[in-house]
Design a protein around this ligand. Structure first.
Ligand SMILES: [Zn+2]
Ligand SMILES: [Zn+2]
Length: 134
């Protein structure tokens, strides 16, 4: 599936060829903090299938294991764009909150469920207010 996306201010945009069956949610605590929300929606693509326009800012995240990951985001508006290996990136994890087709991309798996926020299962019971301005 062909997807397109961009950050909130439009300085960074991308196109990619993805497998919609590979869309996943990550509940790890790093994703919660780095996304500023409850979980992260991501799809992995090989670098040949990912075309980026604009130059994101890179934050290198060091895992407890010593593994380094480059977190790319727009230095103007702060939207997270992708994560990849800090050295010799081959695969990019696109942050699908920035993807124009995100409503069609249904996650097929969830990882790091141990740190998933406990209220997520009940969220559908919450009161829905249509078109509230953020
Ligand atoms: Zn931006
Ligand atoms: Zn994560």
């Amino acid at each position: 599936m062909h997807i397109t996306g961009s950050c909130h201010c439009g300085n960074i945009s991308y196109e990619a060829e993805i497998d919609p069956a590979a869309v996943g949610l990550c509940h790890c605590t790093d994703c919660q903090v780095l996304s500023g929300t409850a979980f992260r929606l991501t799809v992995q693509v090989p670098k040949e299938q990912f075309k980026l326009k604009g130059t994101p800012k890179i934050y290198i995240k060091m895992a407890e294991s010593g593994n380094k990951r480059a977190q790319a985001f727009c230095d103007e508006c702060g939207s997270p764009i992708y994560a990849t290996a800090a050295i010799h990136p081959q695969v990019f994890g696109i942050r699908l909150g920035t993807c124009h087709q995100r409503a069609q991309l249904v996650p097929t798996r969830q990882i790091w469920c141990r740190s998933a926020l406990p209220w997520l299962e009940q969220i559908d019971a919450g009161k829905r207010i249509a078109n509230q301005s953020a």
